[in-house]
Design a protein around this ligand. Structure first.
Ligand code: NDP
Length: 248
Protein backbone atom coordinates (compact mmCIF):
# COMPACT_ATOMS: atom_id res chain seq x y z
CA UNK A 1 0.00 0.00 0.00
CA UNK A 2 1.56 3.33 -1.01
CA UNK A 3 0.77 5.10 2.26
CA UNK A 4 2.62 2.47 4.31
CA UNK A 5 4.81 3.84 7.05
CA UNK A 6 3.54 7.42 6.99
CA UNK A 7 2.96 9.00 10.38
CA UNK A 8 -0.67 9.78 11.24
CA UNK A 9 -1.59 11.91 14.25
CA UNK A 10 -5.10 11.37 15.59
CA UNK A 11 -6.13 13.94 18.17
CA UNK A 12 -8.33 12.44 20.86
CA UNK A 13 -7.35 8.94 19.74
CA UNK A 14 -7.77 7.32 23.13
CA UNK A 15 -11.51 6.71 23.00
CA UNK A 16 -14.57 6.55 20.76
CA UNK A 17 -14.28 7.58 17.13
CA UNK A 18 -10.60 8.59 17.48
CA UNK A 19 -9.68 5.18 18.82
CA UNK A 20 -11.43 3.45 15.91
CA UNK A 21 -9.60 5.73 13.46
CA UNK A 22 -6.26 4.92 15.13
CA UNK A 23 -6.91 1.17 14.86
CA UNK A 24 -8.16 1.39 11.26
CA UNK A 25 -5.20 3.47 10.03
CA UNK A 26 -2.71 1.23 11.85
CA UNK A 27 -4.30 -1.82 10.20
CA UNK A 28 -3.54 -0.17 6.85
CA UNK A 29 0.16 0.13 7.66
CA UNK A 30 0.29 3.70 8.94
CA UNK A 31 2.33 4.59 12.03
CA UNK A 32 -0.09 6.13 14.45
CA UNK A 33 0.22 8.76 17.18
CA UNK A 34 -2.60 8.42 19.70
CA UNK A 35 -3.11 11.85 21.22
CA UNK A 36 -5.09 12.25 24.44
CA UNK A 37 -5.55 14.88 27.10
CA UNK A 38 -6.21 12.97 30.31
CA UNK A 39 -7.05 9.31 29.64
CA UNK A 40 -3.48 7.99 29.52
CA UNK A 41 -4.41 4.40 30.37
CA UNK A 42 -6.89 4.28 27.50
CA UNK A 43 -4.30 5.74 25.11
CA UNK A 44 -1.68 3.18 26.22
CA UNK A 45 -4.25 0.44 25.65
CA UNK A 46 -4.81 1.61 22.05
CA UNK A 47 -1.03 1.65 21.48
CA UNK A 48 -0.81 -1.87 22.92
CA UNK A 49 -3.67 -3.11 20.71
CA UNK A 50 -1.86 -1.78 17.67
CA UNK A 51 1.51 -3.31 18.67
CA UNK A 52 -0.18 -6.66 19.40
CA UNK A 53 -1.46 -6.64 15.81
CA UNK A 54 2.04 -5.95 14.47
CA UNK A 55 1.58 -2.20 13.93
CA UNK A 56 3.53 0.78 15.23
CA UNK A 57 2.09 3.46 17.49
CA UNK A 58 2.95 5.90 20.25
CA UNK A 59 0.83 7.84 22.73
CA UNK A 60 1.17 11.63 22.83
CA UNK A 61 -0.26 13.66 25.68
CA UNK A 62 -1.36 17.21 24.88
CA UNK A 63 -4.36 19.41 25.37
CA UNK A 64 -4.69 20.32 21.70
CA UNK A 65 -6.46 23.58 22.52
CA UNK A 66 -3.21 24.84 24.12
CA UNK A 67 -0.70 26.30 21.62
CA UNK A 68 2.40 25.43 23.69
CA UNK A 69 1.30 21.84 24.21
CA UNK A 70 0.56 21.44 20.49
CA UNK A 71 4.03 22.75 19.59
CA UNK A 72 5.64 20.37 22.07
CA UNK A 73 3.57 17.44 20.73
CA UNK A 74 4.67 18.04 17.13
CA UNK A 75 8.32 18.40 18.26
CA UNK A 76 8.20 15.12 20.19
CA UNK A 77 6.54 13.25 17.32
CA UNK A 78 9.05 14.54 14.81
CA UNK A 79 11.98 13.51 17.06
CA UNK A 80 10.65 10.11 18.13
CA UNK A 81 8.56 8.98 15.19
CA UNK A 82 9.06 11.17 12.11
CA UNK A 83 7.19 14.00 10.37
CA UNK A 84 3.39 14.03 10.61
CA UNK A 85 2.01 13.63 7.09
CA UNK A 86 -1.55 12.74 8.08
CA UNK A 87 -3.52 14.69 10.65
CA UNK A 88 -6.97 13.77 11.89
CA UNK A 89 -8.46 16.57 13.98
CA UNK A 90 -10.88 14.48 15.98
CA UNK A 91 -10.66 15.74 19.59
CA UNK A 92 -13.92 17.24 20.67
CA UNK A 93 -16.16 17.97 23.64
CA UNK A 94 -19.72 19.07 24.35
CA UNK A 95 -21.07 21.51 26.97
CA UNK A 96 -24.74 21.53 26.00
CA UNK A 97 -27.36 24.03 27.10
CA UNK A 98 -29.98 26.34 25.66
CA UNK A 99 -28.61 29.71 24.54
CA UNK A 100 -30.20 31.71 27.38
CA UNK A 101 -28.53 29.48 29.97
CA UNK A 102 -25.25 28.89 28.17
CA UNK A 103 -22.31 30.17 30.22
CA UNK A 104 -19.56 32.05 28.45
CA UNK A 105 -17.08 29.52 29.88
CA UNK A 106 -19.02 26.70 28.15
CA UNK A 107 -19.00 28.62 24.88
CA UNK A 108 -15.23 29.20 25.13
CA UNK A 109 -14.40 25.64 26.19
CA UNK A 110 -16.21 24.15 23.19
CA UNK A 111 -14.89 26.63 20.63
CA UNK A 112 -11.34 26.16 21.96
CA UNK A 113 -11.57 22.39 22.30
CA UNK A 114 -13.20 21.71 18.95
CA UNK A 115 -12.18 24.56 16.63
CA UNK A 116 -9.07 26.32 17.92
CA UNK A 117 -7.48 22.89 18.42
CA UNK A 118 -7.97 22.07 14.72
CA UNK A 119 -6.50 25.45 13.72
CA UNK A 120 -3.45 24.93 15.96
CA UNK A 121 -2.73 21.36 14.84
CA UNK A 122 -3.33 22.17 11.17
CA UNK A 123 -0.93 25.10 11.37
CA UNK A 124 1.89 22.92 12.69
CA UNK A 125 0.86 20.02 10.46
CA UNK A 126 0.90 21.84 7.11
CA UNK A 127 4.42 23.16 7.78
CA UNK A 128 5.75 19.61 7.70
CA UNK A 129 3.42 18.40 4.93
CA UNK A 130 4.22 21.32 2.63
CA UNK A 131 7.94 20.52 2.90
CA UNK A 132 7.31 16.99 1.63
CA UNK A 133 4.67 18.18 -0.83
CA UNK A 134 2.25 15.51 0.40
CA UNK A 135 -0.26 15.59 3.20
CA UNK A 136 -3.74 14.74 4.37
CA UNK A 137 -5.89 16.52 6.92
CA UNK A 138 -9.27 15.16 7.91
CA UNK A 139 -11.36 17.23 10.29
CA UNK A 140 -14.12 15.55 12.23
CA UNK A 141 -17.08 17.91 12.01
CA UNK A 142 -20.67 16.88 12.70
CA UNK A 143 -23.97 16.92 10.86
CA UNK A 144 -25.17 19.47 13.42
CA UNK A 145 -22.55 21.86 12.02
CA UNK A 146 -24.64 21.72 8.83
CA UNK A 147 -28.17 21.76 10.22
CA UNK A 148 -27.91 23.11 13.80
CA UNK A 149 -29.35 21.59 16.96
CA UNK A 150 -31.24 23.17 19.84
CA UNK A 151 -29.14 23.15 23.02
CA UNK A 152 -25.87 22.95 21.13
CA UNK A 153 -25.22 26.49 19.85
CA UNK A 154 -21.58 26.35 20.96
CA UNK A 155 -20.99 22.86 19.57
CA UNK A 156 -22.76 23.56 16.26
CA UNK A 157 -20.84 26.82 15.84
CA UNK A 158 -17.55 24.97 16.43
CA UNK A 159 -18.46 22.30 13.89
CA UNK A 160 -19.67 24.80 11.28
CA UNK A 161 -16.37 26.61 11.89
CA UNK A 162 -14.46 23.38 11.25
CA UNK A 163 -16.15 23.16 7.84
CA UNK A 164 -15.04 26.70 6.92
CA UNK A 165 -11.55 25.95 8.17
CA UNK A 166 -11.46 22.78 6.07
CA UNK A 167 -12.41 24.54 2.84
CA UNK A 168 -10.05 27.47 3.40
CA UNK A 169 -6.99 25.35 4.14
CA UNK A 170 -7.92 23.05 1.25
CA UNK A 171 -7.78 26.03 -1.11
CA UNK A 172 -4.54 27.36 0.41
CA UNK A 173 -2.59 24.10 0.17
CA UNK A 174 -4.09 22.27 -2.82
CA UNK A 175 -1.05 22.93 -4.99
CA UNK A 176 1.34 21.50 -2.42
CA UNK A 177 -0.10 18.00 -2.57
CA UNK A 178 -2.15 18.42 0.59
CA UNK A 179 -5.85 17.59 0.73
CA UNK A 180 -8.12 18.78 3.52
CA UNK A 181 -11.55 17.25 3.97
CA UNK A 182 -14.14 16.96 6.70
CA UNK A 183 -16.15 13.98 7.84
CA UNK A 184 -19.47 14.87 9.42
CA UNK A 185 -20.72 11.99 11.56
CA UNK A 186 -24.40 11.73 12.42
CA UNK A 187 -25.49 9.88 15.56
CA UNK A 188 -22.63 7.56 16.56
CA UNK A 189 -22.62 5.37 19.65
CA UNK A 190 -19.76 6.60 21.90
CA UNK A 191 -19.25 7.98 25.44
CA UNK A 192 -20.25 11.40 24.05
CA UNK A 193 -23.73 10.24 23.02
CA UNK A 194 -24.13 7.67 25.80
CA UNK A 195 -24.82 10.48 28.30
CA UNK A 196 -27.88 11.71 26.35
CA UNK A 197 -31.33 10.89 27.79
CA UNK A 198 -32.98 7.86 26.14
CA UNK A 199 -35.81 10.10 24.88
CA UNK A 200 -33.31 12.31 22.99
CA UNK A 201 -31.57 9.25 21.53
CA UNK A 202 -34.93 7.81 20.36
CA UNK A 203 -35.87 11.12 18.78
CA UNK A 204 -32.53 11.32 16.93
CA UNK A 205 -32.84 7.76 15.67
CA UNK A 206 -36.23 8.58 14.16
CA UNK A 207 -34.47 11.04 11.83
CA UNK A 208 -32.00 8.42 10.54
CA UNK A 209 -33.27 6.67 7.38
CA UNK A 210 -30.90 3.77 8.09
CA UNK A 211 -32.82 3.22 11.33
CA UNK A 212 -29.75 2.69 13.48
CA UNK A 213 -26.99 4.62 15.18
CA UNK A 214 -23.67 4.65 13.34
CA UNK A 215 -20.67 2.77 14.66
CA UNK A 216 -17.23 4.21 15.27
CA UNK A 217 -15.99 1.90 12.51
CA UNK A 218 -18.41 3.50 10.00
CA UNK A 219 -16.61 6.80 10.58
CA UNK A 220 -13.11 5.30 10.68
CA UNK A 221 -13.52 3.67 7.23
CA UNK A 222 -14.46 7.00 5.66
CA UNK A 223 -11.42 8.67 7.23
CA UNK A 224 -9.16 5.83 6.06
CA UNK A 225 -10.34 6.36 2.50
CA UNK A 226 -9.81 10.14 2.62
CA UNK A 227 -6.22 9.79 3.86
CA UNK A 228 -5.38 7.15 1.24
CA UNK A 229 -3.69 7.67 -2.12
CA UNK A 230 -7.03 6.78 -3.77
CA UNK A 231 -8.59 10.02 -2.49
CA UNK A 232 -5.93 12.36 -3.87
CA UNK A 233 -8.45 14.26 -6.08
CA UNK A 234 -11.00 14.77 -3.32
CA UNK A 235 -10.43 18.09 -1.62
CA UNK A 236 -12.41 20.55 0.52
CA UNK A 237 -15.37 18.18 0.82
CA UNK A 238 -17.65 17.37 3.72
CA UNK A 239 -18.60 13.70 3.75
CA UNK A 240 -21.57 12.95 5.97
CA UNK A 241 -21.44 9.54 7.64
CA UNK A 242 -24.94 9.66 9.01
CA UNK A 243 -27.09 6.84 7.63
CA UNK A 244 -28.81 9.35 5.34
CA UNK A 245 -29.87 11.73 8.14
CA UNK A 246 -28.95 14.92 6.27
CA UNK A 247 -29.47 13.94 2.63
CA UNK A 248 -31.04 16.65 0.51
P1 NDP B 1 -15.48 10.89 23.04
O1 NDP B 1 -15.95 11.80 24.12
O2 NDP B 1 -15.82 9.46 23.10
O3 NDP B 1 -13.87 11.02 22.90
C1 NDP B 1 -13.29 12.28 22.81
C2 NDP B 1 -11.80 12.14 22.65
O4 NDP B 1 -11.25 13.46 22.47
C3 NDP B 1 -11.11 11.53 23.85
O5 NDP B 1 -10.05 10.73 23.39
C4 NDP B 1 -10.56 12.75 24.60
O6 NDP B 1 -9.38 12.46 25.32
C5 NDP B 1 -10.21 13.66 23.43
N1 NDP B 1 -10.13 15.08 23.74
C6 NDP B 1 -11.13 15.94 24.05
N2 NDP B 1 -10.64 17.17 24.22
C7 NDP B 1 -9.31 17.10 24.03
C8 NDP B 1 -8.24 18.04 24.05
N3 NDP B 1 -8.47 19.33 24.32
N4 NDP B 1 -6.99 17.62 23.76
C9 NDP B 1 -6.75 16.33 23.48
N5 NDP B 1 -7.71 15.38 23.43
C10 NDP B 1 -8.97 15.76 23.72
O7 NDP B 1 -15.99 11.55 21.69
P2 NDP B 1 -16.44 10.88 20.28
O8 NDP B 1 -15.53 9.78 19.94
O9 NDP B 1 -17.89 10.65 20.32
O10 NDP B 1 -16.19 12.12 19.30
C11 NDP B 1 -15.01 12.27 18.53
C12 NDP B 1 -15.23 13.42 17.57
O11 NDP B 1 -16.36 13.14 16.74
C13 NDP B 1 -15.53 14.75 18.26
O12 NDP B 1 -14.94 15.80 17.55
C14 NDP B 1 -17.05 14.85 18.17
O13 NDP B 1 -17.49 16.18 18.23
C15 NDP B 1 -17.28 14.21 16.82
N6 NDP B 1 -18.64 13.72 16.61
C16 NDP B 1 -19.17 12.72 17.39
C17 NDP B 1 -20.45 12.27 17.16
C18 NDP B 1 -21.08 11.19 17.96
O14 NDP B 1 -22.28 10.90 17.72
N7 NDP B 1 -20.37 10.54 18.89
C19 NDP B 1 -21.29 12.85 16.09
C20 NDP B 1 -20.64 13.88 15.34
C21 NDP B 1 -19.36 14.28 15.60
P3 NDP B 1 -9.39 12.41 26.94
O15 NDP B 1 -10.28 11.29 27.31
O16 NDP B 1 -7.97 12.17 27.29
O17 NDP B 1 -9.91 13.76 27.38
Amino acid sequence: MPENGRVALITGGSRGIGKAIALELASRGLRVVVNYRSSSEAADEVVKNISDLGGEAMAGRADVSDPDQVKELFKTISKEFGPVEILVNNAGITRDGLLMRMKESDWDAVIDGNLKSAYLCSKDGVKVMAKGRWGRIVNIASVVGLIGNPGQANYCASKAGIIGLTKSIAREYAQRGITVNAVAPGFIATDMTDILPESVKDEMLKSVPAGRAGTVEDVAKAVAFLVSEDASYINGQVIAVDGGMTMV
